[in-house]
Design a protein around this ligand. Structure first.
Ligand code: ADP
Ligand code: ASP
Ligand code: MG
Length: 403
């Protein structure tokens, strides 16, 4: 029998009408003769509301207790969705992440799935039950509840598909596929028929949060057939698949990431080992550095700038302060009012004019570039946050409008 894994995001189950709508769609797949396993997210803005609730009591609560709290959002959804399916009259069971066998590493708030013990899942499927699994959660080796990072339910779904050998993993959300840019920012963005794992992984990592980046990483690793579709219509979605199966486009999409903070160390002594000192201190605290820019030395001094996630800014500033004597910067500046705007496309590697065209598009709308970073399949620039949406639109017009 065919096995279908479906995932429904928060907006798809935000109220009772949407829950009933999702229940009907699941039953349709079941009645067509498929085994159906569903991963579901917390309703609407529940996760954000829970985070706010926690902050009212303790703004620096431990990550363990945060995970204890946040995992409750998904438990509400699975129960309600199972009840909706009971009402339609099909056999169904809801399972928390741990009941479904999700084992993760110990990183609270951003745990990685290590394996899924599928015994219980398979037992329920053998009874021809629809299985509704709480996304975003698992259990570490100490039996503590962990969560997988914001947007992590996508990864729960792909992990289920991989572990159970599903025929397809369908991600249902509030857009009907992956677009050339976030349709909320770019009005004339176009839906992609298909996209390679590698390109999708870059898009997701660079701010296209329609898919959690780890879900794409996992889909690639286990060769999961992945589709992004709308839970509100039956439009054809976007397929994410192996590289050789998709057309190579120069630029596949444009993204914006607002979760960026920049730190500049000004007037650092121009001697060997300075960058090593700074970045080893930062990486020791498990903080990832993204873009890095170092000026050439002048009068024996140089500047080092780099970006981190906004949430890590405070910690980095503290590290720099605690080690100011060995770093020896004349001044430390930082800003959160910046965004990273990127283009992604596997065809870029063989086409030298791409960066120029991107910079020209920004020049034409008078947007200043603060930092640049390139790889074989992407180019990122740092711009003022207030310019980011204009930048995305200008770049999108330059590359993707005509296709
Ligand atoms: P869900 O709650 O279903 O997980 P998300 O809000 O996480 O939904 O993801 C869907 C949203 O992703 C869309 O509403 C859209 O605004 C945003 N998005 C960002 N980039 C893209 C893109 N390139 N294509 C489609 N949607 C995108
Ligand atoms: N509920 C979680 C979040 O809001 C997980 C998810 O939606 O995928 O991040
Ligand atoms: Mg999501």
């Amino acid at each position: 029998m065919r096995l279908v894994v479906q995932k429904y995001g928060g907006s798809s189950v935000r109220d009772k009408e949407r829950v009933m709508n999702v229940a009907r769609r699941i039953v349709e797949a079941y009645d067509a003769g498929n085994n159906v396993v569903v991963a579901v997210s917390a309703q609407g803005d529940t996760t954000d509301e829970l985070i706010e609730k926690a902050k009212e009591i303790n703004a620096s609560a431990s990550k363990r207790e945060m995970d204890m709290l946040l995992s409750t959002g998904e438990q509400i959804s699975i129960a309600l969705l199972a009840m909706a399916i009971e009402k339609i009259g099909r056999p169904v069971i809801s399972l928390t992440g741990w009941q479904a066998g999700f084992k993760t590493d110990a990183t609270f708030g951003n745990a990685r799935i290590k394996r899924i013990d599928t015994e219980r899942l398979k037992g329920e499927l053998d009874k021809r039950k629809i299985v509704i699994v709480a996304g975003f959660q698992g259990l570490n080796k100490n039996d503590d509840i962990t969560t997988l990072g914001r947007g992590g339910s996508d990864t729960s779904a792909v992990a289920l598909a991989a572990a159970l050998g599903a025929d397809i993993c369908e991600i249902y959300t509030d857009v009907d596929g992956v677009y050339t840019a976030d349709p909320r920012i770019v009005k004339n963005a176009k839906k992609l028929k298909d996209i390679s794992y590698d390109e999708m992984l870059e898009l997701a990592s660079l701010g296209a949060n329609v898919l959690h980046n780890r879900s794409v990483e996992m889909a690639k690793k286990y060769n999961v057939n992945l589709a992004v579709k709308s839970s509100l219509n039956n439009n054809e979605g976007t397929f994410v698949k192996g590289e050789n199966k998709v057309e190579k486009m120069l630029v596949r999409g444009v993204t914006r990431d607002n979760d960026v903070a920049r730190i500049s160390l000004c007037g650092v002594e121009d001697t060997p080992g300075k960058a090593f000192t700074v970045f080893s201190l930062v990486s020791k605290e498990n903080i990832s550095v993204d873009l890095i820019l170092q000026s050439i030395g002048r009068d024996g001094k140089k500047d080092i700038s780099f970006t981190v996630k906004e949430d890590d800014l405070e910690s980095v500033l503290k590290i720099l302060e605690n080690n100011s004597d060995i770093i020896g910067a004349e001044d430390v500046k930082f800003s959160k009012d910046i965004s990273k705007v990127s283009i992604v496309g596997a065809g870029m590697v063989t086409n030298p004019g791409v960066a120029t065209k991107m910079f020209e598009a920004l020049y034409n709308v008078h947007i200043n570039i603060a930092m640049i970073s390139t790889s074989e399949i992407k180019i990122s620039v740092l711009v003022d946050k207030k310019d980011a949406e204009r930048a995305v639109n200008a770049i999108h017009d330059a590359f993707l409008l005509e296709n």
